[in-house]
Design a protein around this ligand. Sequence first.
Ligand code: AMP
Length: 219
Amino acid sequence: MQLILLGPPGSGKGTLAADLEELYRIPHISTGDIFRRNIREKTALGQEAEAYINSGDLVPDTVTIAMVDARLAQDDCRQGFLLDGFPRTLVQADALGRMPVLRNQPLTAVLNLVVRDETIIKRLSGRRMCPKCGRGYNIHSQKPAVAGICDDCQAALTQRADDQEETVLKRLQTYKEQTEPLIAYYREQGLLFDADNEGTIEACFQAVRQLLDDRLSRS
Ligand code: AMP
């Protein structure tokens, strides 16, 4: 199964991806996670990407495409993959279509997560993370027992630099300008499926699961 998760920042792509990865046993490839790992490890790629990410801009296409091309060429992608956060521009979508991995395994579906702007802003600016164990929290909906402290390892919770409200607004604008055109691009190819994610992630997961099972049984 070759899947793309499309949707604005904060639409729940990462959370849904973790569930789909487990269900379909395909690697979850998040370009945002790969960039953040490179920033933490202070690699040349991380140093190149950091300023773009912290200001809510996209990392240039050439850098991002080369990174994804290398990742999709790895053996674990031969049975399928789940792309989260890529492609984000039409140039990236065209490049993906030409990558060798898609020659024998065409895209199964592009899932477009639909969430209102107000919900996104609240979700992202309330998001916190434990720097030690990686557990995610939200000051509105998934509070820790003690404010600002991880329930599991008692470390002080942190906020992603690009989750500050001003940067969230910039990321949303970037999404509308550069990524939203992909909805029409994949709809024209008959690959796009909308999935509402205003409610619980469990409801969204079940709806997506149904949709993918229907699609697989028809192919
Ligand atoms: P994410 O975790 O998916 O929200 O990504 C965080 C940030 O990484 C984005 O705001 C971009 O700056 C950068 N990024 C992730 N994926 C891409 C991509 N496909 N193209 C360009 N920049 C990206």
